[in-house]
Design a protein around this ligand. Structure first.
Ligand code: GLU
Length: 471
C-alpha cells in the first residue's frame, strides 16, 4: 500500500507555525515511506478564505521546501463531486432532508439544556411526514444510532466514542453547499489518503468523519492527532507571543532549515538529538514518537538553531537566502562583495540574516551617519594623525588585499607607537560608521581601495569639524 498523506489548510490567514509543523510531519511520513504528499486547500468558507492566504500558504511551503506530489487541490472546484455524493447518500437513505427551522432547532436545544441534557439534534426529520414542498431544507447525515466508533490514534492511542453521543450532522446547507466535515471526508476518500495527520483540535470530528466514510463505503485512514503549540505563558500560541507566521520568520532572517529543525523537535524527539538534517529527519521521524502533551514555543532555541545553520550550512545556499534580504531592501549586490564571501566572514557574529544584512550594508552603500557612541570613543583629536598617516599609506598600495593591508596596520602601530586597537578602531568607524565589523584587513579588502580612501577622507573632515566644535 502506498502511503498518502495530506496537508489541508483553510486559507483564512497566514501559514501558522502550527500548520507548518503538521505539514512537515505529514511530509516526513510520506517521504520516509516513498509515498505521496498531497496539498489541499480547504476554501469552502468563501467569506473567510482569500487568495492572499492561498499565496501565503504556497509561498510558505515553497520556502520551507515542503514539496507536494499532488495538488494544490481546491475544494471550491469540487462542488459537483460533493453534490453527487450527497445525492447518493440521500438516495440510499443514509442522509435525509431536514426542514427544521432555525427557531425549531433552537427551542429543541433550549429544552434539552433545561433538562440538563447534552444539546443534540434529535433526528426528528428522519421521520417527518407532513407536507414539505416549498420549504427550505438542509441535508443531514443519518448517524448510526447504536454502537461505538473506535480508532487507534497513532499519537493518542485508542479512542472510542458512543454513537449515541453523535447527532445527525448537517452535510449540505440550505443553499446546497457542502459543509466542512463532509468535504474533508470526500476528499480523503477520493485522494486515497492513508494517514490523516492533523491538529488535535479536529479530534472530535474524527468519529463523525469515520461514520461518513463508512457510509460511503470508503476504507478508513489511520489518524494521528498532533497536540497544539503553546506560547511561553502556557496559552495557545498566538500573535501576542511574537511571530507565528512562517513567512514572518523569513522576514526576520531565519533559514528554512533552522525553522524545519525547530519544528520537527517541537513535539517529537529522537533521544536527545537536537540537530537534524532533512535527510536525518526523513530517516528517523516516526509518528509514534510524537509527544502526547502540548509543546511550548521557545524563540531562544530557534535563534540558537538559526545560528547553528548559518555556521554550518553550505555558504552558497545561505547566500541564496541572504540575497532575498538584500533584494527586499532594493540593494544592488553587484557593487559590493560576493554574498558567499560575506556569509563566510559575517556568520560567526550574526544570529539572523537580518543582522547579517544590516551589519554588511556599509559594504554596498554609503552610510548616512556614524554611530554616535563609536564617534565619541574613537574620533578624538588624537586619531587625526593616525587617519592622515593611513590615508597616505593606503594610497600607495598597489595590490589591495587583506595581507598587505594587515601589514600596513601593524607597521603604522609600530611607527606611531600605538596599540593595534588604536589604529584599527578609528579606521573601522571611518569605513563602517560603527565600531563593529569583520577583521579590519578583510573589511578593507572587501570595501575596495577607492571607497576606503573616500571614507577615510570623510572621517578626517568629521574629526576636524568635531574637534573644532569641542575646543
Ligand atoms: N482545513 C482544516 C484546518 O485548516 C484541516 C482539516 C483536516 O486536516 O482534516 O484546520
Amino acid at each position: 500500500m502506498t502511503v498518502i498523506t495530506r496537508f489541508a489548510p483553510s486559507p483564512t490567514g497566514y501559514l501558522h507555525v502550527g500548520g507548518a509543523r503538521t505539514a512537515l510531519y505529514s511530509w516526513l511520513h510520506a517521504r520516509q515511506s516513498n509515498g505521496q504528499f498531497v496539498l489541499r486547500i480547504e476554501d469552502t468558507d468563501r467569506e473567510r478564505s482569500s487568495q492572499e492566504s492561498v499565496d501565503a500558504i504556497l509561498d510558505g511551503m515553497t520556502w520551507l521546501g515542503l514539496d507536494y506530489d499532488k495538488g494544490p487541490y481546491y475544494q471550491t472546484q469540487r462542488f459537483d463531486r460533493y453534490a453527487e455524493l450527497i445525492q447518493l447518500l440521500l438516495e440510499q437513505g443514509k442522509a435525509y432532508r431536514c426542514y427544521c427551522t432555525r427557531e425549531e432547532v433552537e427551542s429543541l436545544r433550549a429544552e434539552q439544556m433545561a433538562r440538563k441534557e447534552k444539546p443534540r439534534y434529535d433526528g426528528r426529520c428522519r421521520h417527518r411526514t407532513e407536507q414539505t414542498e416549498g420549504l427550505e431544507s438542509v441535508v443531514r447525515f443519518r448517524n448510526p444510532d447504536d454502537g461505538v466508533v473506535v480508532f487507534d490514534d497513532l499519537v493518542r492511542g485508542t479512542i472510542s466514542v458512543q454513537n449515541q453521543e453523535l447527532d445527525d450532522l448537517i452535510i449540505a446547507r440550505s443553499d446546497g453547499t457542502p459543509t466542512y466535515n463532509f468535504t474533508v471526508v470526500v476528499d480523503d476518500m477520493d485522494m486515497g489518503i492513508t494517514h490523516v495527520i492533523r491538529g488535535d483540535d479536529h479530534i472530535n470530528n474524527t468519529p463523525r468523519q469515520m461514520n461518513i466514510l463508512r457510509a460511503l463505503g470508503a476504507e478508513l485512514p489511520q489518524y494521528a492527532h498532533v497536540p497544539m503549540i503553546l506560547g511561553s505563558d502556557g496559552a495557545r500560541l498566538s500573535k501576542r507571543h511574537g511571530a507565528v507566521s512562517v513567512l514572518q520568520y523569513r522576514e526576520d532572517g531565519y533559514l528554512p532549515d533552522a525553522l524545519l529543525n525547530y519544528l520537527v523537535r517541537l513535539g517529537w524527539s529522537h533521544g536527545d538529538q537536537e540537530v537534524f538534517s532533512t535527510q536525518e529527519m526523513i530517516a528517523l521521524f516516526d509518528l509514534k514518537d510524537i509527544n502526547r502533551a502540548a509543546s511550548t514555543f521557545n524563540t531562544e532555541k530557534l535563534l540558537w538553531l538559526n545560528h547553528h545553520y548559518l555556521m554550518n550550512d553550505d555558504p552558497v545556499s545561505v547566500a541564496g537566502h541572504l540575497k532575498w534580504h538584500f533584494d527586499q531592501r532594493g540593494i544592488n549586490i553587484e557593487v559590493g562583495p560576493a554574498l558567499v564571501d560575506l556569509v563566510r566572514i559575517q556568520r560567526e557574529r550574526c544570529k539572523t540574516l537580518v543582522e547579517m544584512t544590516e551589519m554588511s550594508l556599509f559594504l554596498y552603500q554609503d552610510f548616512d551617519a556614524y554611530d554616535e557612541k563609536a564617534v565619541k570613543k574613537h574620533f578624538k583629536a588624537k586619531c587625526l594623525p593616525v587617519l592622515q598617516y593611513l590615508l597616505e599609506q593606503f594610497n600607495t598600495v598597489s595590490l589591495w588585499n587583506a595581507d598587505n593591508l594587515h601589514q600596513i596596520v601593524i607597521d603604522t602601530a609600530q611607527a606611531m607607537d600605538k596599540k593595534i586597537g588604536e589604529i584599527a578602531q578609528p579606521i573601522r568607524v571611518a569605513v563602517a560608521g560603527k565600531a563593529v565589523s569583520p577583521p579590519i584587513d578583510i573589511t578593507l579588502e572587501l570595501l575596495g581601495k577607492d571607497r576606503t580612501l573616500q571614507r577615510i577622507e570623510r572621517a578626517i573632515r568629521t574629526v576636524e569639524e568635531r574637534n573644532v566644535e569641542i575646543s
